[in-house]
Design a binder for this molecule. Structure first.
Ligand code: SOE
Length: 368
């Protein structure tokens, strides 16, 4: 749904709050989607001007307010530290603009729920970059599950392993509860894992039991750290399937190791984000590696295959597809599988259940 019918035909005008790594990824995707990159706002006018120059934007704004009151801007990308996501996304929606907000949508489910309701009430597009959904072979996995090819789902396994915080000399704003929120590893990357498991399986986690650890309580810039470096979770799904999820940002050798594996009565699919152009399909009679070939893929997977077989697609391609679909929704289309604020809320709810279970050492129900 759109509130300004002119966006149905003219070039969309995008702006960015923040100027770091994710703002660079978002702006490349916005450019690929054909938007006009109007400018950026940041924590200061100078940082905004530096970001605009670095990202190749038309200009910059002296403040977030100046950006939000610019009537020419249709959509705002929020690319700032976690704790600022909710207030900024709220301000964007209240300014009548569509919003693409980095995950986690909020550091608490009450804020995430309020933002989800506000976007719906204003009839604005509000999406969250659970971008691993946009690898064509992740869509192929989803299509094969939906077709019944796997049979009744029995188990799900997932891991998301990184090592960029493996040493105490590694540090980041995310370890600071005030900037990152009460959960760090699970909110940051476990959210992607849960989203991809639920999206591809079409199932929902209904209860879980978790253990979490802070391996480095003191880092070079932060002491007495309470946010988790890792979490191990046992999950039960609505279908009765069960599974395990492992999330760690202190796993040496793993860079961005998101892997999901869904096993049914007849077949298993395994998708590895670091090798996104293929899908492992396992059967009792034998297994095969399904390579991305648009001619052989399910329609939604083929739709996202922007280059032929044998031309590897990657992370920025997935991000570009996410932004393109977000912009299509702004134009009134209904692209399949767009992660909205409702999905952002879901991720925060599961994260809160993980923290609650890790604290109580009990099984915790996850809201439907
Ligand atoms: C850091 O863990 C990070 O950049 C996450 O914040 C992203 O969401 C993930 O896609 C890659 O790793």
């Amino acid at each position: 749904m759109t509130t300004d019918v002119s966006v149905l035909t003219r070039t969309l005008r995008a702006a960015f709050i923040g100027g770091g790594f994710m703002a660079a990824v978002h702006s490349r995707a916005a450019r690929a989607a054909g938007a006009e990159l109007v400018g950026a706002a940041s924590s200061s006018a100078k940082r905004a001007a530096d970001a605009a120059a670095r990202l190749g934007l038309a200009g910059s704004f002296d403040s977030v307010d100046a950006l939000l009151t610019d009537p020419s801007i249709d959509v705002v990308h929020v690319c700032t530290p976690n704790a600022t996501h909710a207030p900024l996304a709220r301000a964007v929606l209240e300014a009548g603009k569509h919003v693409i907000c980095e995950k986690p949508l909020a550091t608490g489910s009450a804020d995430a729920a309020e933002l989800t309701a506000l976007a719906a009430e204003r009839g604005l597009v509000a999406s969250v970059p659970f971008v691993y959904r946009f690898h064509p072979m992740a869509r192929e996995a989803r299509a094969r599950v939906a077709s019944g090819e796997l049979g009744a789902l029995a188990t799900v396994q997932g891991e998301y392993l990184q090592d960029w915080l493996a040493n105490a000399t590694d540090d980041d704003w995310r370890v600071d509860t005030a900037l990152g929120g009460p959960s760090r590893a699970f909110a940051d990357i476990g959210s992607h894992l849960v989203d991809l498991v639920e999206f591809t399986s079409g199932d929902r986690i209904v209860r879980l039991s978790a253990a979490a650890r802070t391996v480095h309580a003191n880092r070079v810039k932060h002491a007495d750290i309470s946010t988790e470096d890792l979490a191990a979770v046992v999950v039960e799904l609505a279908s009765g399937a069960v599974g395990t999820l492992l999330v760690s940002q202190v796993a040496p050798g793993h860079k961005n190791g998101l892997v999901i594996e869904l096993s049914g009565a007849d077949a298993t699919v395994r998708f590895e984000q670091e090798r996104p152009d293929r899908l492992w399909l396992g059967r009792v009679s034998g297994s095969q590696l399904v390579e991305r070939d648009p001619a052989a893929l399910a329609p939604d997977a083929a739709r996202l295959s922007r280059v032929p077989a044998g031309h590897p697609m990657g992370y920025q391609d997935a991000f570009n597809a996410f932004v393109a679909d977000s912009y299509a929704a702004i134009r009134g289309e209904a692209p399949d599988g767009l992660p909205t604020f409702a999905d952002g809320l879901r991720a925060v709810q599961v994260t809160e259940a993980v923290l609650a279970s890790a604290a109580s050492r009990d099984w915790v129900e996850v809201p439907a």
